[in-house]
Design a protein around this ligand. Sequence first.
Ligand SMILES: *[C@@H]1O[C@H](CO)[C@@H](O)[C@H](O)[C@H]1NC(C)=O
Ligand SMILES: *[C@@H]1O[C@H](CO)[C@@H](O)[C@H](O)[C@H]1NC(C)=O
Length: 412
Amino acid sequence: MLILGLLSILLLGPGYRAADIPEDPTAEFSVRLYHHMQGGDENIIFSPLSVALALGMVELGARGASLTEIRQALGFSHLPKDVEFSMLQNLTGALYEDDARYIIRLANSLFLQSGVTFNPTFLRLMRKLFRAEVETVDFSESAAVAEQINGWVENHTEGKIRDLLSADDFSSVTRLTLVNAVYFRGSWKNQFRPENTRTFSFSKDDGSEVQTLMMYQQGEFYYGEFSDGSSEAGGVYQVLEMPYEGEDMSMLIVLPRQEVPLAALEPIIKAPLLEEWANNVKRQKVEVYLPKFKVEQKIDLRETLQDLGIKKIFTKDADLSAMTGEMADGKDLFIGKAVQKAYLEVTEEGAEGAAGSGMIALTRTLVLYPQVMADHPFFFVIRNRRTGSILFMGRVMMPEVVESSDFDNDSM
Ligand SMILES: *[C@@H]1O[C@H](CO)[C@@H](O)[C@H](O)[C@H]1NC(C)=O
Ligand SMILES: *[C@@H]1O[C@H](CO)[C@@H](O)[C@H](O)[C@H]1NC(C)=O
């Protein structure tokens, strides 16, 4: 039990908060992914944790340089060999621990060409560590494969993620596809009252305005004002942490001042800063204006991960031989396709018997508490507060637009 011995030393060392719950070391990787995706003026949503889990699954079957590249990119290099698997397992376990309070669906699977013989140890560990099955398909039937994989994904994401892949995502040489879908639905601990939602102007970074449905509430949240001491990030910005029911999961919203575009703040976002925000927000009463939003994005991970240093597994030089039996041609396997689709919906919603006091008058003239008015682009993170695992990271540049004929001109 050498590994366990080393592990307990690591867990007690600085930087780890509790002996039994591992701290997610993939924050750095998550932030790098985000910076890779920013630019342009689109909304962003992706699940760093889910990418890490998918890569962990591949790592389990990888050897040599293919293995090293994954460990390095994910930030596992300093860990004793194989400890990351137990850690990923525990991090996922921590997510599901409280899942009576929210819905989380992590659908990770490897789809492999039928006829390839797999190493039984690999299959057993996939089930044990990742709760994942290896599915076999016949990639030469590309339309049928797309349908099969899409059906699988749909089944594992409450029907929210459809049409992930299409027939032209596969070719006759495809042997291995990595599929990775995430769906999350949580109820706020402090819910918004639907009757307080109004149409409201949202100012995009290009200066134009759209009408959106803005939720409102005054309640106890975690809040802080931060500055990086330079004017680069536009000076002071606000961070609001809103827990979901159960308080294990929360959303951090990072909002620059109204006149500062989000693009000015984004460059300062670093892994240690996420930690600093989470550790320094203080519980207090805050007035919150937050648009209802729904974000969805499909990411070609193949391209993105190659840019982050994970290259081999996507080429003929891949060594995924730990996936296959000794006799099989594991050396010929490489990952032809890797995609992620993430979906997130943010609404007033909550369980029945919503918390909160009586009707609150909407007023912008008398501000008694700090006011977080997300009527312009913001950055957000949904994380597990105990492990720091980042379930989602993204930004809202453009919320859902309400047609002008729909709104009631009841501007606040
Ligand atoms: C995962 O949890 C198990 C059971 O609590 C524990 O023995 C193991 O050390 C944990 N692994 C890591 C990497 O924290
Ligand atoms: C999806 O679920 C339904 C009902 O459980 C099942 O009949 C169907 O075969 C599933 N489809 C896939 C592709 O797993």
